[in-house]
Design a protein around this ligand. Structure first.
Ligand SMILES: Nc1ncnc2c1ncn2[C@@H]1O[C@H](COP(=O)(O)OP(=O)(O)OP(=O)(O)O)[C@@H](O)[C@H]1O
Length: 234
């Protein structure tokens, strides 16, 4: 579904990503973990088309999208929920969903997403500015799903959430993948993320330092050191 080949790039002259190779199949969850500054968010930006400078190749369904601009990548099926939820505060929850472009049968899709996200459904006429951090995250997630993307990139979706809400979010991500969506999941809660993932990649200094089946990485001492920055995974 998504193939990343020898991805190098950054914001200015310095390379932040120094050669990333990753693949993601339909229905698969790939956790990308790593310490702060490893380049995880930069990788997310490169995939969705927001990194100012990059070389290498990104293929979506075998089509080269490396030079395709961000809006068109979204229309081609790459959804994105950035670290800071991007919702329109002055619009209501329903309006935030209505303004998403490229959706077939908007009303029906909104109804489906309200079933998936009951907390925001209850508040559908409220302005998004009145939502809590967690609800905002749900609305941003729902907005990204409006177009039924084949691939979704989630940048630390549980960062602002309580442990209970994070559990709920991981459950929802698992369900989404079971419907065939490919999920690139960037997470600080690496152990929980790996537990619902098929594969994992641990980044260090702009590279993938370790990758493999999620269950293997969960018990790998070196992986734990890299994603937790400690000597032993407790
Ligand atoms: N907009 C930007 N302009 C210039 N440099 C940036 C920008 N965003 C990030 N960087 C730099 O790129 C490097 C990697 O940052 P990135 O946000 O990708 O790391 P990360 O692994 O996602 O970390 P975190 O877990 O803290 O979010 C850092 O050195 C950071 O300072």
């Amino acid at each position: 579904m998504l193939v990343i080949e020898n991805l190098v790039g950054g914001y200015g002259e310095t390379d932040i990503l120094t050669g990333i190779d990753l693949t993601l199949a339909a229905g698969e969850i790939l956790t990308v973990a790593g310490t702060n500054g490893a380049g995880k968010s930069t990788l997310a930006k490169a995939v969705v088309g927001l990194l100012p400078r990059m070389s290498g190749r990104i293929l979506l369904d075998k089509q080269d999208i490396t030079r395709v601009p961000v809006e068109q990548r979204a229309l081609k099926g790459i959804g994105y929920v950035p670290q800071v939820a991007n919702v329109f505060g002055s619009l209501t929850i329903t309006e935030n969903l209505e303004v998403v472009e490229g959706v077939k049968n908007t009303r029906a899709r909104i109804a489906e997403l309200f079933e998936l996200f009951p907390a925001i459904a209850e508040r559908r006429r409220a302005r998004a500015s009145s939502l809590s951090g967690g609800e905002r995250q749900q609305l941003a997630f729902a907005r990204a799903l409006m177009t039924r993307p084949g691939v979704i990139v989630l940048d630390e979706p549980t960062a602002a959430l309580s442990p209970i809400m994070a559990d709920e979010s991981f459950r929802r991500i698992g369900e989404l993948a079971r419907t065939g969506t490919a999920v690139l999941l960037i997470e600080q809660r690496a152990r929980q993320a790996l537990a619902i993932s098929h594969r994992g990649a641990i980044m260090d200094a702009g590279k993938v330092a370790l990758s493999g089946p999620a269950q293997t990485l969960l018990v790998d001492e070196r992986a734990a050191q890299l994603y937790l920055g400690v000597a032993h995974a407790s």
